[in-house]
Every structure is written in structure tokens, then in C-alpha cells.
Design a protein around this ligand. Structure first.
Ligand code: ADP
Length: 299
């Protein structure tokens, strides 16, 4: 069983001829609404990849809540741990210009009020707890402590970047997944010096019992646990939109590890899912299913 402790958002996306400067209004033709939040994206990705998934988080009592949860519900994610709080559902307001450049404004809303106590009674030995960095730092640290006590495995995705403090939690987790920017930030905080080399960052984040994975976009990934290292190339795909590649990767990796797959196989499936997520628009809508992941992972 996978438990995702994380953010749930609604993304409002406006296509614009160009991004506005401060104080300026730029008008676009239409807007689209997408369910998002890294927690929800990864819960959906893990469920699509075939895992049993429970989501712990919060939405507001507002018009956005239902839309934010719709895909999770459809995919069979257990939402009994999602609380509906007085306040607003987290939102991301995203402007995208003709070149695909974006400008993002987020409001955490009730995501900022998620607490680790909500995990009590919901984690068991052998479960996999999946965390990202869109909740407040305190609850993330407390969730890790609770999972340790229960004997659950912990996968920490260091996204989004911007908080080197997170590095102090790395020794307490079983799997850490970071893209190259996040890995450099964490490894720097752990004292690797100024090396620009992802292999050095990956080594710094790994441990005898801890798998570190550094994703490298179109170049795939490197990973290390103890003295064993992996390098996996990303399959070549027709890239439409790379949004959500990292979340699809984490969800599929978690699903494979949760079912007891070998690390090499789990990394292959994560890589396949990340690549497939690049072949369609959006984050949740591009999240591939188990059949598509297995087919690409075997090529
Ligand atoms: P993030 O989206 O968190 O920045 P990455 O860009 O490193 O993470 O992507 C995560 C994974 O998704 C990569 O390891 C790779 O497997 C896959 N991926 C990302 N971009 C591409 C691409 N252009 N082509 C193929 N696979 C990709």
C-alpha cells in the first residue's frame, strides 16, 4: 500500500501572447482547468501504474475541491484521508506564452494546514510513504518520524527546489528522488562542496541502505545505493509537454518498489513513465497506465 502525504491543487492555465510585466494586464483567449499539486499528481501516477494508493491531504470547502479530486477518485485512490477544511483549495495560476515559457503564482490554501497526525492509524509496516515538498516543512519531518516508528518505507521527492533545509531529513528516508537542480541543492547542504557533477550529488544523497535517484530529464537518470550504481537512459519519445514528467516518474517508481520489484526494474519503469508523460499535455492527464509503462520499459 502506498500512502501519499502531500499537496492537492487546482491549476488554472491561461494561454497568453506574452507574459505580463509587473502592473500589466495581458489578455488571452481562454483558460483551462487541471487538477494538480505534486502530492495528488504522484498519487494518481502510482494508482495508474497499478498500486493501491491512499491520499492524505486537504481541500477547501469551495468550488475547486471537487475538480481537484476528480481524477484521483476516478483512478480509485482512497480519499478517506483527505479532509475538507474551511478555507480555500490550493491553486496555481499559470500563464503560458506562445514559446511555452510560463509564469506561475500559487496559493497554498488549506495545504498549509495539513498535519502529520492525520497519518495516525493509517501507516503499517511495509507500507510506502511518499512525500514531496509542497506541504509545510514541520509536517513533512513529523510524517517521516511517524513512518519510521511504524516500520513503513519512506520515499522523499525533493521537489520543488528552494529549501536546502530539507537535506537534514535525507538520512531518515529510504529513497530520495531529486532532479539535477534539487540534487545539487541538497548535496551542497550536506557538504559536498561546489561540485557541478550529478554523480557526486547522487553519491552524497545515497547511503548503505538508502537509494538516491537523480533524474536528468531527456538524459534519463543516475542512481546509487551503497556501492551499486545505475545509469538509465530515457527512451526517445515525441515530446509535447514535459510538465508532470517528474511526478509520473515518482509515482511509477513508488508503485514498482511497493510491489517488490528489483531496483533496476523499478528505475526502468519510472523512466518509461516519465518519458510517456512528456508525450501529452498536462500533468495528471498525461500520466501513463501500467500497460503502457511495462511496454516501454521492456523495449
Ligand atoms: P522534473 O520534471 O522533476 O524536473 P526530470 O525533468 O528530470 O524531472 O524528468 C523526470 C524523468 O522523466 C526523467 O528521468 C526521464 O525519465 C523522464 N523525462 C523527462 N524529460 C524527458 C524527455 N524530454 N524525454 C524522455 N524522457 C524524459
Amino acid at each position: 500500500m502506498i500512502t501519499v502525504f502531500g499537496s492537492i491543487n487546482l491549476d488554472l492555465v491561461v494561454s497568453l501572447p506574452r507574459l505580463p510585466a509587473p502592473g500589466e494586464t495581458v489578455v488571452g483567449p481562454d483558460h483551462q482547468t487541471f487538477a494538480g499539486g505534486k502530492g495528488a499528481n504522484q498519487a494518481l501516477a502510482a494508482a495508474r501504474a497499478g498500486a493501491q494508493v491512499r491520499m492524505i491531504g486537504a481541500v477547501g470547502r469551495d468550488a475547486h475541491a471537487e475538480a481537484a479530486l476528480a481524477n484521483l477518485e476516478r483512478a480509485g485512490v482512497d480519499l478517506s484521508g483527505v479532509r475538507h477544511l474551511d478555507g480555500t483549495t490550493g491553486i496555481a495560476m499559470i500563464g503560458v506564452d506562445a514559446k511555452g515559457e510560463n509564469l506561475i503564482m500559487c496559493a497554498s490554501g488549506v495545504n498549509a494546514r495539513v498535519v502529520a497526525e492525520w497519518l495516525d492509524g493509517r501507516l503499517a509496516r511495509g507500507d510506502l510513504l511518499v512525500l514531496q515538498r509542497e506541504l509545510s516543512p514541520g509536517p513533512i519531518a513529523e510524517a517521516i518520524a511517524r513512518a519510521r516508528l511504524c516500520g513503513a518505507c519512506i520515499l522523499l521527492n525533493a521537489a520543488p527546489s528552494g529549501d536546502a533545509e530539507l537535506a537534514r531529513l535525507v538520512p531518515d528516508v529510504d529513497v530520495v528522488v531529486a532532479n539535477s537542480v534539487e540534487a545539487a541543492e541538497l548535496a551542497g547542504a550536506l557538504g559536498t562542496g561546489e561540485t557541478p557533477v550529478p554523480e557526486a550529488h547522487c553519491a552524497a544523497l545515497s547511503g548503505e541502505e538508502r537509494l538516491a535517484v537523480v533524474t536528468l530529464g531527456a538524459r534519463g537518470l543516475i542512481a546509487q545505493k551503497g556501492k551499486t550504481r545505475w545509469r538509465i537512459a530515457a527512451p526517445e519519445v515525441d515530446v509535447v509537454d514535459t510538465t508532470g514528467a517528474g511526478d509520473a516518474f515518482v509515482g511509477a517508481l513508488a508503485a514498482a518498489l511497493d510491489r517488490g520489484a528489483e531496483i533496476a526494474r523499478a528505475l526502468q519503469e519510472g523512466t518509461a513513465a516519465g518519458a510517456l508523460a512528456c508525450t501529452a499535455n498536462g500533468a495528471q492527464s498525461s500520466s501513463p497506465d501500467a500497460k503502457a509503462i511495462a511496454a516501454l520499459a521492456e523495449t
